[in-house]
Design a protein around this ligand. Sequence first.
Ligand code: COA
Length: 396
Amino acid sequence: METIGIDALALAVPNGYLELSDLAAARGVPAGKFVEGLGVRQMAIAAAHEDPVALAANAARRLLAQSGRDPSEIGLCIVGTETAVDHSKPIAAYLHGLLGLPSRCRVYETKHACFGGTAGLLTAVDWIAAGPSLGAAPRVALVVCTDVARYELGSAGEPTQGAGAVAMIVSARPRLFELELGASGSFSRDVHDFWRPLDRKEAVVDGHHSVACYLDALTGAFEAWRSVAGSEPLLRTCYHVPYGKMAKKAHRHRLGLDGITEAEAARSFEREVAPSLILPSLVGNIYTGSLYLALASLLEAEAARLEGARVGLFSYGSGCTAEFFSGRVANGAGAIVDRWAIARSLAERTRLTFEEYEAIRRADPQVDRAPLGTLSVPTGAIAYLGIEQERRVYSN
Ligand SMILES: CC(C)(COP(=O)(O)OP(=O)(O)OC[C@H]1O[C@@H](n2cnc3c(N)ncnc32)[C@H](O)[C@@H]1OP(=O)(O)O)[C@@H](O)C(=O)NCCC(=O)NCCS
């Protein structure tokens, strides 16, 4: 059977970031609580012009350029997000215009908290598996996960914010990561662990309950996965990463299902999970894209030596739904990843002061009504410019 999976992947993050040690100092908390306790060093902070549409468009534009794909090849474009900019018009429609996707393309947005991107990816895989009609061009999908994660200033969730977009080409014979079709386990339950009422930009969260819900969902999804996935072990696992420590808790929990001791789980974590947490620790929580940022981190660190290796993926969306699924690093992925330099590009971002961060956040409520021309916008990247005649306007 033909393989299907992620053919190419690219990232866009805001230019500014906050050091968690600066946030800790300003909030009167020991830095160790955020850096070691939560496993986050830096979090990306989106300026007004770096909204979820702009982040998605910049990631997708980079993706098309890097992969050599022409926009005319894309037959399906799904954007997963939980921080949409409109109750009706999807971010995928903005991408259609900004990227010049063909009119024959199906475009829409998917939502289920941090699971929205996975919903898009798995739907794209099914769409490709359904096959092109006789004589038609091969099906190629663009899946973009994009979010700006916001919790109330001074709240327990504040150190677990972030912002960014991950764009992926999904196709047959993928050059990066092959998904194991059918090797997938779902878990869902109606819970109130994290949500965002329609009139709010910041999430409401019952933090410790959300950790418990995540771990329950992991148990259910993992057991469902292994009932269909055969006995070949996973050499690496990427978990949804709201913060690095959560992935550590998840791995310990998963191994605990088989009676593996904490000491053994800690050793296994260093080999099986830690490489996937390098980029998340520098960007923070990007909600729908977090699992795919972890996958990018793993690939950037180890793709060449992992070619052919089986990798587990766990996606969790509060509310809740979850999926444990698996795939393999494609042969030749190492050579593609050698050209990425994601970690190096993150080192070129601008470090914000705590005061600059707070000013950005305090201006947030006005941004979606800012008249065109009133926002300060650097040139170069695609950017949100403000509102004209009730419409959001973007530079291209
Ligand atoms: C995750 C969250 C609940 C933590 O909030 P909190 O109550 O302020 O933090 P805690 O007191 O639990 O401390 C966090 C960790 O830091 C550790 N810690 C505290 N002070 C520390 C210090 N000075 N040095 C090192 N570690 C420290 C704690 O022991 C704890 O580790 P543990 O989880 O392994 O026990 C909060 O950040 C949150 O609500 N985040 C958003 C929701 C979320 O991301 N949910 C995840 C599932 S989707």
